[in-house]
Design a protein around this ligand. Structure first.
Ligand SMILES: [Zn+2]
Length: 217
């Protein structure tokens, strides 16, 4: 394992543990992956290993055809969805799949998350759409997720959870937090009334910042 790959593996473990500590997933659910620059391969968290006990030996290296280069470990069952995002989006370097409570609640209601906060437009690219339901681990789910994701940084997976795509691990985790917090504000506001979305002008202005920064470290 080269030094940079070792460093990337450690970064991936730290990000996955932070995702768990932030309560964006429960138990061993959810998963995180990171692109190995220039190699057509990805590092991804394994299936059914508690986040707190993850070590570099647990992390699975996989290529875009789902061939695994790590002995003795099964990649997360959702690797198909992760790989499809990397294949379709050259700007994406890290993918987080969470089951965060408020954003997942919207996914189960099949209600999109509107662009309420300016940071939703700057970091996510605007509102977050809901992908049509498909069974976990299938090509169909991967296709549905990518279709609803489009060029944005997050998508709600119908009756399942959330997928966030960032240029690197830090950005991906930040996007997952922005989406969850906005979903919490949205659902809280909806208990009293219908919250206002940002104006089209503002969405266009901040949207250009997203376009400009989504490929930057
Ligand atoms: Zn899931």
């Amino acid at each position: 394992m080269s030094t940079s790959r070792e460093a990337l593996t450690k970064e991936l473990i730290a990000a996955a543990q932070e995702m768990s500590a932030l309560d964006l997933v429960g138990g061993t659910s959810g998963n995180v992956s990171v692109r190995i620059p220039g190699e057509g391969r990805v590092l991804i968290t394994p299936s059914s290993v508690p986040y707190a006990s993850l070590t570099p030996a647990d992390i699975v290296e996989i290529d875009f055809e789902s061939e695994i280069y790590t002995e003795g470990r099964a990649a997360s069952v959702e690797h198909v969805m992760h790989l499809e995002v990397f294949k379709q989006r050259a700007d994406v370097g890290a993918v987080f799949h969470t089951h965060s409570i408020y954003a997942s609640a919207l996914a189960f209601l099949r209600i999109p998350l509107p662009a309420l906060l300016e940071e939703m437009v700057v970091y996510v690219g605007g509102s977050v759409d809901v992908a049509e339901f498909a069974q976990t681990g299938t090509e169909e789910l991967a296709e549905n997720a990518c279709k609803a994701l489009g060029e944005k940084a997050a998508v709600l997976l119908g009756s399942h959870g959330v997928l966030c795509a960032g240029h690197n691990l830090a950005k991906g985790l930040h996007i997952a937090q922005v989406v969850e917090r906005t979903a919490r504000i949205y659902l809280t506001a909806r208990t009293i009334g219908v919250p206002h979305e940002l104006s089209e002008d503002l969405i266009e202005t901040y949207g250009s910042i997203y376009e400009y920064t989504r490929s930057e470290d």
